[in-house]
Design a protein around this ligand. Structure first.
Ligand code: EPU
Length: 425
């Protein structure tokens, strides 16, 4: 049964409570989505543990079930067995709703030789180009037929290719890596993305019989193999959740202990939090962050990994509204990622949009609660955090966008002392 999510529910937040205590990080959304796609490469069973059950992962599981793949959901894990793939077309509604649906194209093409799909969409930043995917598939021997936002890829057998990405792309790198695993011959990916989700996936694929070298560096070499076996994959912790909770600690702690995380994956954030005057204690899988009233402004430019993640830019921009002085924030990756600052201004912030990629933040600003809608996932959680530090009541609508990436967020925040309620409609 395809589920279209509930768009009417909202969060009601009473701000101003100091947050204290422990919060555990879930498995990485952006690793889970790719692991589900990669499971299509194998006829054998994949068990994916530390699996986050959030709206985006629910949607991708529904999409592969629609292809006839067996999916068993258990507590914190999922079993996937793609013995056969019965369809070549991806569900139109779900594809248009989930940008990440594009990552199914490569494994489907590699397994069945054909994929029919629509241009993927999603939130305000979701509908972005897919030219690098299409160029990559063509280099590997696929034929492309395109009509407006519908396209059909077909191949009688994919071959290795040398692919240089004109722009670094996370899902582009993952897609070409997965597709090349079953292609004949060697594929070389250059100017590849290095996000930690990529070596995680490559290491597991290698355990299942793939021959991938260099994942986690800008040059990845893949020797095609005939088959990929089954196995058990434990997902890495979600680095964006980790970073979001660290910023929350800086804004609204008290003292927040973030457990089951990997601090090395958010080094660029930690360095900038320290520059801003935030006190952080670090252990191997744990961070403790304390709130501070004396925040310093920090200028920031987002960058591909290991640089400062664009997904952490919205909460960091919120943090800067509380720093004394002026900071410049430059989101170099996506257009539209700074649009949410209009909502922060409605809550009392002083953020000036210089151009679609740059804002000037003047602080500190006293925020007040109000009714607001969540434009996308990372902006959505940022507005929740703004509500938690604002005076009075905030109502956040379109929380489907937040549920896309953060599992039962209000229950976890309540355990820290937050006054937040989900109102179901
Ligand atoms: N781009 C193109 N052509 C393409 C593909 C991408 O021009 O064919 C452009 C994009 O428009 C963007 C840039 O390349 O300007 C980089 O985008 P990238 O392809 O790296 O983004 P993505 O792979 O679609 C992933 C994450 C995003 C995260 C970005 C950047 C997943 C499912 N999504 O997106 O996560 O922001 O990398 O790190 O892995 C999120 O979790 O909220 C989220 C948006």
């Amino acid at each position: 049964m395809l589920n279209n999510g509930n768009f009417m529910s909202y969060f009601e937040i009473i701000g101003g409570k100091k947050l204290n205590g422990e919060i555990e990080v879930k498995g990485a959304k952006n690793a889970a989505l790719k692991a589900v796609a990669a499971a299509l490469l194998s006829k054998e069973k994949w068990t994916i543990t530390n699996f986050p059950f959030i709206e985006d992962t629910n949607r991708i599981l529904e999409m592969i079930e629609d292809l006839g793949v067996k999916v068993v959901r258990r507590k914190n894990k999922v079993e996937i067995e793609a013995r056969t793939i019965k369809k070549n077309n991806l569900d139109e509604d779900l594809t248009k709703k989930l940008r990440a649906s594009i990552i199914l194209a490569g494994p489907m093409l590699a397994r069945t030789g054909r994929v029919e799909m629509y241009h993927p969409g999603g939130c305000v930043i979701g509908k972005r180009p897919i030219d690098m995917f299409l160029d990559g598939f063509k280099k590997m021997g696929a034929k492309l037929k395109q009509r407006e936002d519908e396209f059909v890829l077909s191949a009688e057998g994919l071959g290795g290719a040398r692919i240089f990405f004109p722009k670094i792309s996370v899902t582009g790198t993952e897609t070409m890596m997965m597709t090349a695993v079953l292609a004949k011959g060697e594929t070389i990916l250059e100017n590849a993305a290095m996000e930690p989700e990529i070596p995680m996936l490559a290491e597991f694929l290698n355990k299942c019989g793939a021959k991938i070298r260099g994942a986690g560096t800008p040059a990845i070499r893949i020797k095609g193999v005939k088959k990929i076996g089954g196995g058990k994959l434990d997902l890495i912790p979600d680095r964006i959740e980790t970073g979001t909770f660290a910023i929350l600690g800086a804004l609204a702690g008290g003292k927040i202990r973030i457990k089951k995380c990997n601090p090395d994956h958010i080094r660029a954030l930690l360095v900038n939090l320290e520059k801003a005057g935030v006190r952080i204690k670090e252990k191997k899988k744990e961070l403790t962050v304390e709130g501070t009233e004396k925040l310093r402004p920090v200028n920031l430019t987002t960058h591909e990994y290991p640089g400062f993640a664009t997904d952490l830019q919205p909460p960091f921009t919120l943090l800067m509204t509380q720093a004394k002085g002026t900071s410049l924030i430059h989101d170099s990756i996506f257009d539209g990622r700074l649009m949410f600052t209009e909502a922060l201004n409605l809550m009392g912030a002083n953020v000036i949009m210089n151009d679609p990629h740059r804002v000037t933040v003047n602080g500190p600003a006293k925020l007040h609660g109000r009714k607001i809608a969540s434009p996308d996932l990372r902006a959505g959680i940022t507005l929740v955090m703004a509500g938690l530090i604002a005076k009075g009541k905030t109502r956040i609508e379109n929380i489907y966008q937040i549920d896309r990436g953060y599992e039962k967020i209000e229950e976890r925040l309540k355990k820290l002392g937050a006054d937040i309620r989900r109102i179901e409609k």
